[in-house]
Ligand binder design. Structure first.
Ligand SMILES: Nc1ncnc2c1ncn2[C@@H]1O[C@H](COP(=O)(O)OP(=O)(O)O)[C@@H](O)[C@H]1O
Ligand SMILES: [Mg+2]
Length: 286
């Protein structure tokens, strides 16, 4: 397998006095995957991302981008990556269009950003000052900015945070289209719904430590309990019971409900990623 990033024993401190905020993190991010960097707030997700985009350089350990050490990469690296920061940075006095035109000019190559602005619902606000944009509009402009230079690798920090479901849907569709083009996408998020829909691989971090690196399906197998939730008719009205799936065939009560034709609804449920998130990172962070 080819890896976009190979991270080996990465540690980092913002200041020696406050100590490490990342401890010995080792990870591999496969090329062409959507990789979720997950964990409660303060875990070190943004710090990890900032190291990968060479914004923070003073780290311990080894980080490789397609086999090459990050330290050896020059300016050309920035042509290859697209970055959406957690806190959008724009020129408030300029319009959204002028902002994108300026940022596009920093790159050798750029996409048709007008088209993308329209797609994410900024068509009417294209020539409005960014200072007048709502938070959600700034987030969407930030997303356009991340895609601006058509990089091979996209970093998206909490891309759907604060967006309504319709706008979040548009962004998620675009993210999946970018993956289909062969791009590697690194997303930090605490929204497990997004993870479910987008991520091929995930890494959970808490307190700067890597707790688990896996994929959503394997996590569900590992932590999951397969259950059937049954709603059934009782004299007093509807009642619910949850049966473990393995023992269903031999469960006397379940048999009885079937024979007496009292089952109203029946749903299989798997452990949600939300539950798994809490199981892995600990209740304190929930
Ligand atoms: N610029 C900074 N200076 C000092 N400490 C920071 C700075 N940015 C983040 N931290 C600290 O580093 C830790 C990890 O933060 P961060 O990477 O932003 O977490 P996450 O993105 O997972 O919420 C936190 O304890 C946070 O307070
Ligand atoms: Mg963060």
């Amino acid at each position: 397998m080819e890896y976009a990033f190979e991270i080996n024993q990465l540690s980092f401190a913002y200041s020696p006095k406050r100590g490490n905020v990342l401890h010995d993190i080792s990870l591999k991010i496969p090329k062409g995957s959507i990789f979720g960097l997950l964990g409660p707030s303060g875990a070190g997700k943004s710090t990890t991302q900032k190291i990968l985009i060479k914004l923070l350089n003073d780290y311990q350990g080894d980080v490789r981008f397609f086999g090459q050490s990050l330290n050896e990469l020059g300016q050309a690296y920035y042509e290859r990556i697209g970055v959406g920061f957690e806190m959008p940075v724009h020129f408030n006095k300029l319009s959204g269009y002028e902002n994108m035109k300026f940022f596009a000019s920093l790159y050798q190559r750029h996409i048709d950003f007008e088209k993308l602005m329209i797609r994410v619902g900024l068509g009417n606000a294209m020539h409005q000052q960014v200072g007048q944009y709502s938070k959600g509009m700034k987030m969407r402009l930030n997303f356009v900015k991340a895609l601006l230079n058509d990089g091979d690798v996209l970093f998206l920090d909490e891309p759907t945070n604060g967006l309504d479901p319709a706008n979040a849907r548009i962004l998620k569709d675009i993210i999946l289209e970018e993956k289909a083009k062969g791009k590697t996408i690194i997303i930090t998020t605490h929204l497990m719904g997004d993870v479910e829909e987008l991520c091929d691989e995930v890494a959970f971090i808490a307190n700067g430590k890597l707790l688990e690196a896996s994929n959503p399906k394997a996590l569900k197998l590992k932590y999951g309990v397969r259950e059937i939730k049954v709603e059934y008719q009782e004299k007093e009205g509807l009642k619910q019971h949850v049966f473990p799936m393995e023992k269903l065939a031999s469960d006397a009560f379940f048999q009885q409900l079937i024979q007496e034709d009292r089952i109203v609804t029946m749903h299989s449920q798997e452990t949600s990623l939300d539950k798994i998130f809490i199981l892995i990172t600990g209740e304190d962070h929930a």
